[in-house]
Design a protein around this ligand. Structure first.
Ligand code: ADP
Ligand code: MG
Ligand code: MG
Length: 210
């Protein structure tokens, strides 16, 4: 059975930070079309701070690690995405104990994170936000695990659902955040936050599905 320890979650977070850094220009370019051209910069600032905090004081437990990541994101990212990604990790922290997690525990924690983002941002599916990647990812993860599939395969399915959700934001009209100020002109552009959330799921595959 899957047994995710603090070192596994740390690998996931570090891989997320690595891909955010690698993709920061794309994220900013996407945000320049329907926002204020800072999503890559915002997320990169947070990713660097998260890695620095892990290097300086790696937490000993799973909840403590997720909490440190969330607090660091809230205090360094700025913009809409800082509190939202911060909430995602803080709610995950609140949903786990300090010990190892099985696959279902990880899925429950991610769902708790999703619920936190939805409560904080008051967005729904189809509003053209990061939730359009996160909701299908959680649904796919739960579905695959309920069907009895192995955790690694369930993560692969979840990441594919996140990428599909990201792509499906292109024709949507933005109803939340800065992009909503554009009204109809937000149509035809991929949402930056859904794009970074797809990276979060891809990072989970790389770090945890092996
Ligand atoms: P800002 O818009 O403040 O400059 P960012 O550019 O870093 O912040 O992040 C923009 C992203 O945040 C959007 O692409 C969208 O996915 C996400 N976002 C904005 N508002 C909300 C919301 N209310 N709920 C969920 N996600 C949101
Ligand atoms: Mg922005
Ligand atoms: Mg901004």
């Amino acid at each position: 059975a899957t047994d995710l320890a603090v070192a596994d979650l740390e690998r996931w977070v570090r891989e997320f930070a690595r891909t955010i850094t690698a993709q920061r220009e794309l994220l900013t370019e996407l945000d320049s079309a329907i926002g204020d051209a800072d999503h890559g910069t915002n997320m990169h600032r947070g990713a660097s701070a998260v890695v620095a905090a892990l290097d300086a004081a790696p937490p000993a437990g799973t909840a403590a690690l997720l909490k440190q990541v969330g607090m660091t994101l809230v205090s360094t990212v700025g913009g809409a995405s800082g509190p939202l990604y911060g909430t995602l990790f803080l709610r995950m922290a609140g949903a786990v104990g300090e010990g190892t997690l099985d696959g279902a525990g990880f899925a429950r924690a991610l769902r708790a994170g999703l619920d936190g983002v939805a409560a904080r941002g008051k967005a729904e599916r189809g509003d053209k936000t990061m939730l359009d990647a996160l909701i299908p990812a959680c649904d796919a993860l739960d579905g695959a695990l309920t069907a009895g599939g192995p955790f690694g395969e369930a993560l692969v399915t979840a990441a594919a659902a996140a990428r599909d959700g990201r792509d499906a934001t292109i024709p949507l009209l933005a109803r939340k955040g800065r992009a909503s100020y554009l009204g109809e002109r937000s149509i035809g552009h991929q949402d930056p936050g859904a794009t970074s959330t797809a990276l979060l799921l891809d990072a989970a595959v790389t770090a945890l599905a092996g």
